[in-house]
Design a protein around this ligand. Structure first.
Ligand SMILES: *Cc1c(COP(=O)(O)O)cnc(C)c1O
Length: 420
């Protein structure tokens, strides 16, 4: 299933006007869809007291989008200093922010502790001694290792660089207590783009078990368990969607059972990125060239600087041609950008209605890990971002990069270390 019918119905009739007004290419996000998905998530987990989503900022780091998250009363999951800055600017403060970094530097610890702090999610036992100002509330990222098999994108936990090992769990919390921690959380992230919800339910079960084990050993009661993100979305029309309500029901039961058995239950946090914004974005690009060699190529005015997923993961993104919904007469195309890499293709051997120069193509599901992953290799710059607002108006929420932006890091004072 590509972007929702509702988004298509509101976007497609005005795509031409938007393209004329702003120029192509652009990502456009659906405010109404993002809000609805956010509300659905809260509703699904309303049976778990204190449930909170911490939006994974890296999925769509745009201040205007973070404002929507703030309005949904979501927190922010950050893993870098710019993400912290952006989340605080959007109104997040203190425990609204979870700082989940890996291979963390002292500067990052200081930034995480600044301005009222954030929830520190430590990735390794060796970092306990390195935290400059140890907070009262601390969380560890747990890596189950051989206890779980990873899913395709995130890989096998044994090979994953993240988190503390199973054997380190007790010592980690003990050492944190010795440094003055009094409040505790537990986190893991073992899936990515997973549509089989049982995988996420098992993650919740695993964290509840670990928390019971730590309570037995150390007398700690966890305030929260963070099951991470990784909820998958259907990118292909034939993909079946994750059943959110069934998943939430099973996880809620697990928390209720824990409560009956232990007399309390931790809160549950989640840090989805893709689930919240992924299906509510599209990349609009114009066909500018057409060539026929061994294959038929449609050259478009966007390239992998706007969307890396097809090149990086061989990911499928659905494509529509504006004004050409009839797919009975089709041609087989590779949709290519202009970057000097042969994998700079948005679609490979895709059957699409006949495309002519000037046609507008909509590349679906770019609302998470889309623009954000863009880069400037080959002097190809990142495009603008737009927001389709609930009233039907369209707002520019990030301008396109310019050549001046590209050259900005070359403007600096001369700085030479003389030869000895
Ligand atoms: C990337 C990431 C997420 C979000 O993943 P999605 O697949 O977008 O849900 C959440 N938590 C951590 C620690 C991450 O690195």
């Amino acid at each position: 299933m590509p972007i929702s019918q509702s988004f298509q119905d509101r976007l497609f009739p005005i795509t031409d006007d938007i393209a004329k007004h702003y120029g192509t290419p652009f990502h456009i996000y659906d405010e109404a869809g993002i809000r609805a998905t956010g509300e659905e998530l809260k509703k699904a987990f309303s049976g778990i007291e204190g449930f909170r989503e911490y939006y994974a900022v890296k999925a769509l780091p745009n201040p205007r989008i973070l404002e929507l998250m703030q309005e949904l009363d979501f927190g922010f999951d950050c893993s870098s200093i710019p993400e912290l800055i952006m989340s605080r600017d959007a109104g997040g403060s203190g425990e609204d922010i979870m700082f989940t970094s890996n291979n963390t530097t002292e500067d990052e610890f200081l930034a995480a502790a600044a301005e009222g702090g954030s929830i520190l999610n430590l990735d390794d036992i060796s970092l306990i001694a390195k935290v400059p100002v140890f907070p009262e509330l601390v969380c560890f990222r747990y890596n189950p290792g051989p206890r779980r098999t990873g899913n395709i994108i995130i890989g096998n936990p044994v090979e994953a660089k993240y988190g503390i090992s199973h054997e380190q769990v007790i010592s980690a919390y003990k050492m944190a207590m010795e440094r003055g921690a009094k409040r505790f959380g537990l986190h893991t992230m073992v899936a990515s783009n997973e549509r089989d919800y049982s995988y996420i339910v098992e993650t919740a079960r695993m964290l509840l078990q670990i928390s019971a084990m730590v309570e037995d050993e150390l007398g700690i009661r966890f305030e929260f368990l963070n099951i991470g993100g990784g909820l998958g979305i259907p990118y292909k029309p034939e993909d079946s969607p994750l059943d959110l309500d069934a998943m939430a029901k099973e996880i809620t039961e697990l928390f209720n059972d824990f409560k009956s058995e232990h007399g309390y239950a931790p809160r549950m946090y989640m840090e989805s990125g893709r689930w919240i914004t992924g299906p509510h974005g599209a990349l609009v690009t114009r066909a500018i060239n057409h060539k026929s060699i061994y294959r038929q190529y449609v050259g478009v005015d966007a390239c992998m600087s706007s969307l890396m997923r097809p090149a990086l993961y061989d990911a499928y993104h659905h494509v529509d041609v504006i004004g050409k919904s009839d797919r009975t007469k089709s041609e087989t195309y590779d949709i290519a950008g202009s970057l000097c890499e042969n994998n700079d293709k948005f679609a490979v051997q895709r059957d699409l209605p006949p495309i002519h120069e000037g046609d507008l193509l909509v590349i679906h599901d770019t609302g998470a890990h889309g623009h954000a992953m863009g880069f400037q290799y080959n002097g190809r710059l990142r495009p603008k971002e737009l927001l389709l607002r609930t009233d039907g108006s369209v707002e520019l929420i990030r301008r396109a990069e310019t050549n001046e932006d590209y050259f900005q890091t070359l403007s600096f004072e001369e700085n030479v270390l003389p030869a000895k």
